[in-house]
Design a protein around this ligand. Sequence first.
Ligand SMILES: [Zn+2]
Ligand SMILES: [Zn+2]
Length: 404
Amino acid sequence: MDRKGSRSSRRRPLKKRPPPNRHQIEQEQVSTSTLAKKLKSGENIDVIVNPSLGYTIINFIDVFSSLSNYVKCKTCGGDVKFGQSSIRGLGFKLVVECASCDSKSINSCPCTDNHSYEINRRLVFSFRMLGIGGQGIKKFCGLMDLPKPGGQTTYDALVKNIHCAASSVCENSMKSAAKEEINLTAEADNIEKPRGLTVSGYATRSKKGLFSLYGVASLIGYHSGKVLDVAVKSAYCNECESMKTKANTAEYEEWNRRHQCDVNHEGSADKMEVDAVREMFSRSQELHDVKYLNYVADGDCKIFKDIAESNPYDESVKKKERIERVPSGKNESLDDLIWQIAPKTNFSNAKINEIAAFVATTIFNDGHRSLLDILRILNVSIGPRTHDMCVEEDVSRVSIGNVD
Ligand SMILES: [Zn+2]
Ligand SMILES: [Zn+2]
C-alpha cells in the first residue's frame, strides 16, 4: 500500500485560514521573539550597519508627478506614472505603472520576514525613547502631514515587540556586567573565584498625587558600577481602576477572565523597593550563579535589615559601610534615563515602565550603542546615521554641560 497516499487520505481537510489583514501584518511578533530567544540562548546577534539605508521625507505627489515628466518605461518606452499601494502606517509599496506593461512595486522600506514594514516599529521605538506614546505619535504624524500611524491594537503589538527586544538585550547586558563584576572582585581580593559579590541598591519611583504607582529598583556591582539586576514593581493597574465602577456586572466578569493585571506588588507602597531588592537577592544564583554577600548601606538601612532577615542564602549577608559615595553620579543618570523614557508627568502602564527600566539599564551599562542591539532584535535595519548618533551620544554623555 502506498503509505504516502494513505497518510494524505487520512489527513483532515485543511481549514483555509484567511490571510492576515493589513493591520495584523504590522502586529506580527514572531520575528522579534525568535531573535530575542537566540540572544538569550547565548547566540551572537551581530549589529550590521547597512550603508544603503537612510530615510528622507518627501512630498510624494509633487515629487513623483514631476518625476513622471522626466522618465520613460524601460521596457516599451511609454509614459509611466507613480502611485502607492499596501499602505500600512508609514509603510507602503511604490507602484510604477505603464499603460502597456505590468506594473511594478517596490517596498518603501525594509520589511521583516513576515512582511511588516520596519518604519512602523522604528517610529514607535523612537518616540518611546523620547518618552512619547501613541497619542503623541498621532499628533506628530498629523502635524507633519504624514499618514495616520496604526490604531491602538497595532500600537500595543509594537510595544510588546519593543518590550520583548528590550528585555532580552537588558538580560544580556546584566549577564555580562555580572561576569565583569566577578572578575573585578577576584582581582581586588586576589583570589581565583570570589565566594560572593558586593552590591548596592538603588531605587526610584513614580507617583500620582500622594500615591506611588511604580517603583524601579536595581542592584549595582561595587567594582564595575554596572547594574546586575533590575526589578519593576507596580502598585497600580489602569484597567482595574477604570473597571472598578462596573464590579459585579456581567461585563466586569467577562473582562476579569481575560485581564492581565499590571499590579505585581501587594501591600504598602512603601515596601516596593524592599520587596524588589529581596526578590533580586533570591534570584541571584539562578540569574548569575552568584551570591550577593555584601550590601553597601548607610547606618540604619531598611532594605539591608530586610535582606538580613529574609536570609536569602545559607550564609549571612553582611553590611558594608559606604566609605565614599559609590557610583552616585552614575545613579542619578540611571534615574534620568528611566524617567526620560517613561516620564512621570504622563501616565505610563507597567509595560512602558518595564521598557524604560530595561532600556535605561542597558544604556547605563553599555552606552547608547546598546540601542542598536535593541533595534536589531526588533528587525529594524541600522543605517549609518542611526549608528553615528548612538556613538555621538556616548561621547557627549562623557563631556559635561550638554544642554538642549
Ligand atoms: Zn512599458
Ligand atoms: Zn489590573
